[in-house]
Design a protein around this ligand. Sequence first.
Ligand code: C2E
Ligand code: MG
Ligand code: MG
Ligand code: MG
Length: 283
Amino acid sequence: LAKNKGRNRFEFFCYSIEEQAIKKRQLVEDLKTAIYDSQLTLHYQPILKANEPLITKAEALLRWQHPDKGLLGPSEFIPLAEEYGLIKEIGQWVVNQVINDALELQQINTDIQISLNTSPLEIDERGKWARNWLQTLANNPIKPGSILIEVTENTLMTPGTSIQQQMQLLSQQGIKFAIDDFGVGYSSLSYLQQLEIDIIKIDHSFVANLETTPSSHALIRAIVTMAHNIGLKVVAEGIENQAQYQTLKDLECDFFQGFLFYRPLSKQEFISHCLRKTYHRNE
Ligand code: C2E
Ligand code: MG
Ligand code: MG
Ligand code: MG
């Protein structure tokens, strides 16, 4: 009987893996359609400066309006896109969309810097990534400084991408750069000086640990001090409560992003916020 049970369980296990594979393949097929079928969309999460009423920065965050599954977040499909070779197309879609949205914001006279995320796998061909960007910028009159590209430490560490030269080219055209999820990678700090970095985004795990892990205080303090000493600004991400915000202000972070202030907003919501010039009281 026991053996029998075991076998049944084994079969169930196998079936489940197979089922997962089928579902995954279906999702990949859906994703291919999504790119051409206007199912992708960008949400915008405002980023605030302490004691500054107007929104001056926002991060574009990718969403997929799936026909049956509803609105999916990037963790549900970006890894898939990376695995199945769709990430460059998606990345290019994001770039075009962000540029369009930035132009729209420019037309309504807001001075907002939009940031966007980049997967390391978008940057695996020599110079191609920067060339695509340059071409897009040549066709679209974006104000210098109005676009900020977020790269992760992984991206900076990927060999064979000539990332340094590529960032330099874009920087010459007024593109700004941030290191996203700073502090969770294993890269050396020397790139902070070698590369065209303007902003460090402290990973939200440090913020989440503020109350429980005393050393995250010291870590954030060290990051902020170092960043300021070499002329970089610091964004703290994932701020969910007033206590975290107060601590991060005391630690002299420059910008603040999190559900405490705003969740990611649809573009329409975001634009109407900007038009009304409303802000979250964040004194
Ligand atoms: P990220 O770049 O670190 O973005 C911040 C993530 O934290 C977003 O999740 C945002 O919604 C979430 N967040 C913001 N404030 C809070 C908070 O107070 N609490 C909590 N718990 N979370 C907060 P989201 O939108 O699910 O994006 C997840 C990740 O997916 C991003 O992390 C980024 O690495 C990636 N991603 C997003 N959009 C794109 C894209 O267009 N291209 C690529 N390659 N990756 C993207
Ligand atoms: Mg980001
Ligand atoms: Mg991040
Ligand atoms: Mg991330």
